[in-house]
Design a protein around this ligand. Structure first.
Ligand code: ZN
Length: 355
């Protein structure tokens, strides 16, 4: 769909020909704003990623395999469903955002992209970079998951830049690299959020009367994307009441949970201490938007410990024969701490399985 970009901080507007994702004046992450009057009868009724293209930023897409993941019911709980995002090509939800970012990089004439990652996003971007013939410059902490690092390298499309310090330090390095080279800065920015929002469309088409959507939170791009998708579905008349959005973090990386419980308007930095690397983010970039998503839907924020995630990971495997990473089953671990009634219909997002 035709769109523009606006800066939520200083209000500056950009056309879709602007080749970036952050404001040229103040550096804030831009927001994609659509002209819904041009949506031409789009009703949001599909569980296939590319059928939802009318709700995505206009562009030249290659329709790589992505999304359309299964919603599976929990065997022992009639009110619980699981969105299996490990069915994406690189086994995490990140692929949904990557296909949009890769298309935009090509559209703006870049041959290189750059991103900071704890692992899954880099793997996803390197995978689609290989398909698109782009070179991916990946900035990762030297302490990042060694298995994920090997997987990224094996694709052959990535140049690795290993950084001292945590994800936040890697991110600063990635931004500096993008500023000094001709490379499209990708990551947890506005185009990724648009791709991620497709999960809301799929879930509500698979379970129209969902009452809760339970989402693991790293940079909070997914949770804010899901909220944006739900709002669009409401505008399109597909849902009357929005499901409650429940954010899940590791107790050792719980900046959003702390901010929500204290009533704060934004999220403060918490040094991550968790083995769940996919959600080990000290300062979620979309933290303020995530708080808005939780509050506007009367949702909740739940912290789960590493031992709880580990136990859940084993249980998930024993029960379904399916593998998921610690952050991937954080949502299921959170369900155990929530009080769901018989009439509730909750969807737990299983975000990834790269272990
Ligand atoms: Zn600005």
């Amino acid at each position: 769909m035709d769109y523009g970009l606006t800066c939520p901080t200083c209000g500056k507007r950009y056309g879709s020909d602007f080749p970036g994702q952050t404001c040229g004046s103040c550096g804030s992450i831009l927001e994609v704003v659509y002209d819904w009057s041009a949506s031409d009868g789009f009703d949001g009724m599909s569980t296939s990623f590319w059928d939802l293209e009318p709700a995505l930023p206009s562009g030249k897409y290659h329709h790589y395999e992505v999304g359309g993941t299964k919603l599976m019911s929990a065997s022992a709980r009639p009110n619980l469903f699981m969105k299996l995002e490990q069915q994406n090509p690189t086994r995490s939800f990140k692929d949904r955002g990557s296909v949009i970012e890769i298309a935009k990089a090509l559209e703006y004439g870049y041959s290189d992209i750059v991103c900071a990652s704890t692992g899954n996003m880099a793997y996803s971007l390197a995978y689609y970079s290989r398909l698109a013939g782009l070179r991916a410059h990946i900035f990762m902490s030297k302490k990042a998951n060694a298995d994920k690092l090997r997987m990224i390298k094996s694709l052959g499309s990535a140049t690795m830049h290993m950084v001292d310090g945590d994800f936040t330090a890697a991110e600063e390095s990635a931004k500096r690299y993008a500023a000094g080279h001709r490379a499209f800065l990708t990551g947890d920015y506005c185009y990724r959020k648009e791709g991620q929002k497709t999960m809301a469309y799929e879930m509500l088409n698979q379970l129209p009367n969902a009452t809760h959507i339970i989402v693991p939170v790293g940079n909070a791009t997914l949770i804010s994307g899901i909220y944006k998708g739900l709002c669009e579905l409401k505008m399109l008349g597909r849902v009357r009441a929005l499901p409650k959005i429940v954010a899940v973090q590791a107790s050792g990386s719980d900046s959003l949970v702390t901010a929500f419980k204290s009533g704060a308007a934004d999220v403060g930095y918490v040094r991550p201490r968790t083995r769940a690397d996919a959600i080990a983010v000290g300062l979620p970039k979309f933290g303020a938007q995530a708080l808005e998503a939780i509050r506007r839907t009367n949702g909740a924020a739940v912290a789960v410990t590493d031992p709880e995630m580990r136990a859940q990971q084993r249980e998930f495997y024993n029960e379904y024969g399916l593998v998921a990473e610690l952050g991937g089953v954080a949502s299921l671990a959170a369900v155990k701490k929530m009080r769901l009634s018989r009439s509730d219909r909750a969807v737990a997002v299983i975000s990834g399985a790269n272990i």
